[in-house]
Write a protein that binds this ligand. Structure first.
Ligand code: GUN
Length: 294
């Protein structure tokens, strides 16, 4: 079994981005600027957004954090999105999800200018991704694909089973794994909460991407020898062993599954760090106006 070290790969890519930012600044260009909008005080969202802002600083980006209380109205949030859309200094921005019940995530996502949608959640970016056109790829699927690329793990012709059909991970990663090229060219099966015989399907998989959000869902007896397992789960469970009072639990029962794998990602330190790096890559592209010219 070999460990896919997302933390190390993410550090390497951050270095590459930081070097590129230095070159941009040295040649008189503009420092890329990411804004993040955070509503309320959900612990997970606070941590993710703080990491995103810190990572921006590490690579030399400018970052702006805009906070709203839980009771912000949809109209106020839409006005904020429109201000960011119109602000020429902001290259890209994200609105951290989930949003409170009284705000439509769909409406907010659609209101974001797709040319600044560095999360890759806008229907234009999702559609262009499905068509294999240049776009902002959503961060977690892009991070997973990057791991296959950097570790030179063969995907062509292999059976990839995706567990989960979320808009953020399951759906887009299934499209990326089946697209033409490398990584890609997989035969993809998507399983979800209504799928029958998940164990039998997983046992036929060369690659399993687990993105259900169910801690320890994938057990040792569901994985064939030599499989590649990517664990996207990041459920926060209470713990008295950590300073923060919680620990991150993956969807894979690591101790059972790892001995059977050719490659496996740990939680934490696997897909998580790659997600942030993908966001940084998109922000750099947004700053350079490389995908959309204006
Ligand atoms: N919530 C969970 N993951 C994400 C993400 O990648 N972007 C945003 N905006 N919200 C999230």
């Amino acid at each position: 079994m070999k460990l896919i070290d997302g933390k190390a790969v993410a550090a390497e890519i951050k270095k590459e981005i930081a070097e590129e930012v230095s070159q941009i600044i040295a040649s008189g260009g503009k420092r890329p600027h990411l804004a993040a909008v955070l509503v309320g005080h959900d612990g997970g969202s606070e941590t993710y957004v703080a990491n995103k802002v810190r990572s921006c600083e590490e690579v030399g980006f400018q970052s702006t954090l805009i906070r709203y209380e839980e009771d912000v109205t949809e109209a106020e949030l839409l006005a904020c999105v429109n201000r960011l859309n119109d602000d020429p200094d902001i290259d890209g921005f994200i609105v951290q999800l989930p949003l409170p019940q009284h705000i439509s995530e769909e409406k907010i996502t659609e209101a974001i200018d797709y040319r600044k949608d560095v999360d890759g959640f806008h229907p234009v970016n999702v559609g262009r991704m499905s068509l294999g056109m240049p776009c902002f790829l959503s961060a977690t699927p892009a991070g997973i694909v990057e791991l296959f690329k950097r570790y030179k793990i063969e995907t062509k012709g292999r059976h990839c089973v995706v567990l989960g059909r979320s808009n953020i991970v399951g759906k887009p990663v299934s499209v990326l794994m089946m697209q033409k090229g490398n990584p890609g060219d997989c035969t993809v099966t998507v399983c979800h909460s209504r799928t029958k015989n998940i164990s039998e399907i997983c046992l036929q998989a060369d690659i399993i991407i687990a993105a259900l959000g169910v801690p320890g869902f994938l057990k040792g007896d569901m994985v064939k020898e030599g499989a590649v397992v990517i664990d996207v789960g990041t459920t926060r469970l209470p713990s008295d062993k950590t300073k923060s009072g919680f620990r991150l639990a993956g969807d894979v029962l690591f101790d059972e599954v790892a001995p059977k794998c050719a490659w496996i990602t740990p939680v934490p330190g696997g897909v998580g760090p790659m997600t942030i790096v993908s966001l940084l890559k998109n922000t750099l592209l947004a700053g350079k106006k490389e995908i959309y010219s204006q």
